[in-house]
Design a protein around this ligand. Structure first.
Ligand code: CMP
Length: 171
């Protein structure tokens, strides 16, 4: 009998950035994230409020090291509490992370973000953001960065091993 393949789910990371937390905007932003979940079929699987140290923010955004906005970004991200959210999608659909980022989160520059996206709704409003680098929310941009970024906030997050570790993928 053919062994049935175990269904794998997929996770990605969303952060509500410090300015939103400073102005008590996390509830409305959470509502903004929940609404499209009914259409897209994702779940809010884990959520925590925390403060990143400067060193953690530097490591989290290491890929931007050397860019003109890096120091400002690191200072900003470690300036106040953030909310880290693990978004879970029930199937391992290859383009979910990109689709989620495009249609739910929106373009990095809130002024270019598609209407109705989190960054268009919150990223350009002074209560939640103040323009780049404070664009309201962060979301992982690929499976690889989702796996890396989730491990910063959800230490018992092991789902990435399904995709990346040959040993676990075997079962
Ligand atoms: P985020 O999704 O958190 O990922 C990288 C971050 O770098 C981005 O959102 C912005 O906060 C910041 N960023 C990207 N481009 C610029 C820019 N041109 N000027 C300032 N900040 C930027």
């Amino acid at each position: 009998m053919k062994k049935q393949k175990k269904e794998k789910n997929l996770s990605t990371l969303v952060l509500f950035k410090p300015k939103a937390l400073k102005n008590h905007g996390s509830g409305l932003m959470l509502e903004g994230l929940l609404r499209p979940s009914f259409f897209f079929g994702y779940e809010i699987a884990e959520l925590k409020k925390l403060k990143m140290t400067r060193a953690q923010a530097e490591e989290f955004y290491a890929e931007h090291k050397g860019k003109p906005f890096y120091q400002k970004l690191v200072n900003f991200m470690s300036s106040n509490y953030i909310v880290a959210i693990r978004i879970e999608y029930p199937v391992d659909e290859p383009d979910f992370i990109e689709r989620f980022r495009k249609f739910v989160i929106g373009a990095t520059d809130p002024n270019k973000a598609m209407r109705g996206t989190m960054r268009q709704l919150f990223g350009a409003k002074k209560e939640y953001a103040e323009g780049l680098p404070s664009n309201g929310v962060h979301a992982s941009d690929s499976r690889e960065s989702a796996a890396r970024e989730l491990s910063f906030f959800f230490t018992d997050f092991v789902a990435w091993t399904w995709g990346f570790c040959p040993f676990f993928s075997f079962f």
